[in-house]
Write a protein that binds this ligand. Structure first.
Ligand SMILES: NC(=O)c1ccc[n+]([C@@H]2O[C@H](COP(=O)([O-])OP(=O)(O)OC[C@H]3O[C@@H](n4cnc5c(N)ncnc54)[C@H](OP(=O)(O)O)[C@@H]3O)[C@@H](O)[C@H]2O)c1
Length: 235
């Protein structure tokens, strides 16, 4: 069984669809009920949607109550993350809190609250970003939040080893998703221009990397950051 936070569009929806097609039972989450219902309908089978905000610990408790009623978790894909471009000098406390509450606190408690339900041998996948390894104008708070995720995984790899739970970061470069579509086009164009492959990824390309980290194909891989970034942070 798999739990995918932020599974109603973009990378999360593509991954939930792939996992369900591969035979996994998938729980998907998102804050908006209508989008959640549409995602569940589009995935079509082997799926339950649970509405909730990962930054709200009570919502996470509600999610895991529903999951527990069905069984243990083999794959946890903590995928929710907000992006935004605000340069140093213009960063507000509200902006910082929103980014870190969702991307860092939300992700941390998504994993911690899942611990009692994770089966031995489970795979935890966290969505990072190639942006954390680069200096991109306006992306400082976002990149720092994703760098925190990369650090979490180093610690969790050793803390969870006795349960044979692997944890890894999956770091995309720019991906064609609704989140990218609402960012300033010139900022996205600058990033795409820095990708050696010269294009954005499709969400399905990131989903295939998530499937690799979720499956036994990656049985000796833990604590890594797997970049699916068209080379952006590699050269
Ligand atoms: N797109 C890119 O270029 C790119 C590149 C590198 C890394 N990433 C990372 O990849 C992940 C997914 O990005 P995406 O582009 O697929 O995003 P997206 O298209 O905006 O989808 C985000 C998903 O997360 C849900 N969500 C957002 N905030 C939430 C919250 N607080 N609680 C629960 N669900 C929430 C959304 O549904 P609701 O709005 O209904 O809650 C939606 O299902 C993020 O961590 C992002 O930082 C993206």
């Amino acid at each position: 069984m798999a739990v995918i936070t932020g599974g109603t569009r973009g990378i999360g929806l593509a991954t939930a669809t792939l996992f369900a097609n591969e035979g996994a039972y998938v729980f998907v989450t998102g804050r908006h009920q209508k989008e959640l219902d549409e995602a569940v309908a589009s995935i079509g089978k082997n799926v339950t949607g649970v509405q909730g905000d990962v930054a709200n610990p009570d919502d996470l408790d509600r999610l895991y109550e529903r999951v527990k009623a069905r069984g243990g978790i083999d794959i946890l894909f903590a995928n929710v993350g907000l992006g935004g471009f605000v340069p140093l000098g213009s960063i507000t406390e509200d902006y910082y809190d929103k980014m870190f509450d969702t991307n860092v606190k939300g992700l941390l408690f998504t994993v911690q609250k899942a611990l009692p339900l994770l089966n031995n041998g489970a795979s935890i996948i966290l969505t990072g970003s190639a942006a954390a390894a680069k200096g991109t104008p306006g992306f400082g708070v976002y990149a720092a939040s994703k760098a925190a995720i990369r650090s979490f995984v180093r610690t969790w790899t050793v803390e969870l080893k006795d349960r044979h739970i692997r944890s890894n970061v999956l770091s995309p470069g720019p991906v064609s998703t609704p989140q990218t579509a609402i960012q300033p086009p010139e900022a996205i164009a600058r990033i795409v221009a820095s990708v050696p492959m010269g294009r954005m990824a499709e969400p399905e390309e990131i989903a295939k990397a998530a499937l690799f980290l979720a499956s036994d194909e990656s049985s000796f891989i833990t604590g890594i950051e797997l970049f699916a970034d068209g080379g952006r942070a590699q050269v």
